[in-house]
Design a protein around this ligand. Structure first.
Ligand code: BGC
Length: 764
């Protein structure tokens, strides 16, 4: 475990320059506003180790996956999240020498991410070859209010004697991805314009032809009559502001940037739109721009914070997670989704995994307006026809959603994952169930939901096959959520969720028959659904083969699971973990060790369908065999442990998710943050410790307080009401802040709350 940053409830601070951990700090200090984002890179040149990364939502490149062993049905391409033109850059020259923190003497350095305001600042003092010192303060933010706008302030002050200083704000389109075959670059210049007023750079991506215009202008204070020049070369525009700056005087440059893309604008409007946006930003000025940005963040925190009393590390951890989720996805654009790395790195091409439905949806459901979760669902509805094509490519009927996607097409390049993790289809159907159960928005089923349920059911019915010798349906050749095993037969989770998907579809159909008969008829006519097909679904769900291990009274992760050498994680030498960094893939595949919740994922999803004893037996069997080498894993185990009353186990597992990135638990945060698992960490508190469940149209809470904490509180949005829940050692305090009256079950006790009322329910 590596801690680069100090503990504080709202700040992530790196107290000194640690060049060997610069990438880690860059990941942690990432900024995003849903439209764009970037790592915590420096504005000035830096020749030390760094991953320069600026990313724009929805802008990707379809890289080659065709290799020698390409087979029918493999994905056509691997979607790469593109490093976009760099717009934060400001070169700094002092008395003719470029400032570079890798070479200059750094006397002090502090980089701070302010989570309350989504602001990145740096303060540092450097000395030149002759020992003369200069102090620098930088601040930047990506406007929450104006999603295409960013602003950067750079102030430099000679401390010992006057100096000739040049600040050169620039836009640079000559950028590359670190993860590129043979150093290939993915951007082409369309046009550029460089003036001392607004400068613009319009680039387009190869193949996908996304056009992006970046525009900048700036203002300068602190010196009189600086000299201003402009210069350009291929894919690069810059201005230079030069001045003699006296000792103790501060030269301050404010750079305003706008980024427009052809996803939102007609190509011929792009330049003028960016120019207009950047002029508006400058006219408004830094203070106003910052004010509206901070106000927007204040509202986010007012509705979505989790406060933890008595544990500063946990507090920082959960805030960091909530913060990064909001930076990644704002929910106002149904074409976008939540990438596992958000705007913080290049790894995990594509933006959408099953992570969204399985882990992120509950967070957005409970903390934001329901339209945001609805947009996440509509995203998949919009991709339904592509999912049908995807299934057809694999020789199946119905819809098979991609494991990884940017636009509905499969875009992953690991066949055993892409092909075989078909369980993601059920997560997409489950999200519909989860959304409707939480919001009560049954109209969604008629409008969008049934289409998706029908086509995913059709896929399952085709993909399962009848085994006459056992009179059951089986699903062969899959990868379950546990990616440490591929091409297995009858993964309990997949079979269970497939049967559930079929059953839920038939339930929804009954609802539509009663409430929306015409709509039902229209959908089924369009999709050509017959009564025989429906009858098949009913038979398949009833006869789905669900393997068990009788000896232990548990579900079998898959056929043959007990043939493996039955070791537990305690048998593993510490130096061999994580396995994925120490063992060959071959060894991992045949071992008993489980990467992430698999059977337990099913018990978490279908929590309402299994009794406590079943959950206990399975938890006791699978937890000791699970290495949790996916960041998505510990939260599910933690939630189940909480439900089973294993409070210290729940807390221990929670700790693995809460500060996963802040403490670099998996030793890979330098590549970017684990955004989707951050929602899991939020769930560990609200579902795990708070015991939140929804059934019978009612919100249930069954909270406990981890012994290490003095208390915690969170806000919830539920069916148009805003609630505040505080948990202390003795009781759960629940307050109704806004909306119609509501009955809530706390510790199985129904409490009636009107707006403005609050009540305590004792834990005893
Ligand atoms: C996990 C998958 C997940 C992916 C993206 C993998 O390590 O095993 O379940 O979808 O990461 O987060």
């Amino acid at each position: 475990m590596k801690r680069t940053c100090s503990v504080d409830p709202w700040l992530i601070t790196e107290e000194s320059l640690q060049p060997q951990d610069n990438r880690l700090a860059e990941s942690l200090m990432s900024l995003g506003n849903g439209h764009m984002g970037m790592r915590g890179n420096f504005e000035e040149e830096f020749s030390g180790d760094s991953l320069q990364g600026t990313y724009i939502a929805g802008i990707y490149y379809p890289d080659k996956t065709r290799v020698g062993w390409w087979k029918i049905g493999y994905p056509e391409y691997f979607a790469k999240v593109l490093n976009a033109p760099n717009f934060i850059g400001i070169r700094v020259n002092i008395d003719g020498r470029g400032v570079d923190l890798a070479h200059w003497q750094v006397l002090s350095f502090r980089r701070t991410l302010d989570m309350r305001r989504s602001l990145l600042t740096r303060t540092f003092t450097v000395a030149d070859e002759t020992g003369h010192r200069f102090s620098v303060e930088t601040t930047r933010f990506l406007s929450r209010k104006r999603r295409e706008v960013a602003a950067i302030r750079y102030a430099i002050r000679p401390l010992d004697q006057a100096a000739d200083i040049e600040l050169t704000p620039y836009l640079d389109g000559d950028v590359a991805n670190e993860d590129a075959n043979y150093g290939e670059k993915f951007w082409e210049l369309v046009n550029q314009s460089c003036t001392v007023d607004v400068s613009t750079l319009t680039m387009k991506t190869k193949k996908t032809e996304f056009f992006v215009t970046t525009a900048m202008n700036w203002s300068v204070t602190g010196v009189d009559n600086p000299s201003i020049t402009h210069r350009e070369h291929d894919k690069h525009v810059e201005n230079t502001v030069s001045s003699r700056v006296g000792q103790g005087q501060s030269l301050q440059l404010t750079k305003f940037v706008a980024v427009t893309t052809s996803r939102d604008w007609a190509i011929e409007e792009l330049d003028s739109a960016a120019e207009k946006r950047v002029r508006e930003a400058k006219d408004l000025g830094w203070d106003m721009l910052l004010d509206e940005h901070t106000n927007a963040w204040e509202r986010i925190w007012a509705d979505g914070d989790v406060a933890i009393m008595g544990d500063a590390e946990a507090q920082q951890g959960v805030r960091f997670n909530i913060f990064q989720l909001h930076q990644t996805y704002t929910g106002d654009d149904p074409r976008l989704n939540i990438g596992p790395k958000g705007f913080t790195g290049e790894k995990y091409g594509g933006s959408t995994y099953w992570d969204t439905e399985a882990y992120c949806l509950p967070f957005y459901l409970s903390t934001m307006d329901s339209s945001i979760a609805r947009n996440l669902l509509i995203y998949r509805h919009n991709h339904l026809e592509k999912a049908i094509e995807n299934a057809a490519k694999l020789g199946c009927r119905g819809a098979l959603y991609p494991m990884v996607t940017m636009n509905g097409e499969e875009s992953h390049n690991e066949w055993e994952i892409t092909f075989e993790e078909i369980h993601r289809n059920a997560a997409i159907s489950y999200a519909i169930f989860n959304y409707v159960r939480y919001t009560g928005d049954e109209e969604y089923l008629a409008e969008y939901g049934y289409d998706v349920l029908l086509e995913t059911s059709r896929y399952w019915a085709d993909r399962a096959h009848y085994q006459p010798r056992k009179d059951v349906y089986m699903i062969l050749g899959v990868t379950g959520p546990n990616e440490y095993e591929n091409n297995i037969n009858n993964n309990w989770y997949t079979n269970t969720m497939a049967a559930w998907n079929l059953r839920y579809t038939l339930d929804v159909r009954r609802y539509l028959e009663r409430h929306h008969p015409q709509r039902l008829k229209d959908i089924e006519t369009t999709r050509g659904l017959t009564a025989e097909e429906r009858q098949d679904w009913a038979t398949i769900k009833d006869k789905m083969y669900l393997p068990v291990i009788e000896e232990f009274g548990v579900f079998a992760q898959q056929d043959g699971f007990m043939d493996k050498e039955q070791l537990t994680v305690d048998d593993l030498p510490a130096e061999e973990r994580p396995l994925n960094q120490n063992w060959s893939w071959d060894r991992i595949l045949r071992s008993v060790f489980i990467k992430q919740a698999d059977v337990l994922q099913g018990l978490f999803f279908l929590n309402h369908e299994f009794d406590l004893e079943t959950k206990r037996r399975n938890f006791e069997f699978y937890e000791p065999r699970t290495v949790h080498e996916s960041s998505l894993s510990p939260c599910v185990h933690s939630i189940l442990a909480g439900e089973l009353g294993l409070e210290s186990k729940a807390y221990e597992l929670y700790l693995r998710t809460a500060r996963l990135d802040l403490d670099n638990y998996n030793n890979d945060t330098e590549d970017g943050l684990h955004i989707t698992s951050m929602a899991g960490s939020w769930m560990s508190i609200v579902y795990g410790f708070g015991g939140l469940r929804i059934h019978d149209d009612t919100l249930h809470l069954q909270p406990f307080l981890p012994t290490a904490w003095e208390g915690y509180s969170f806000k919830l949005v539920f069916r148009g009401r805003r609630l505040r829940v505080s948990v202390s050692r003795d009781a759960c305090h629940i307050g109704h802040e806004q909306g119609k009256p509501l009955d809530v079950s706390v510790h199985n006790c129904m409490v009636h709350l009107e707006q403005g009322q609050a009540t305590d329910v004792s834990h005893a």
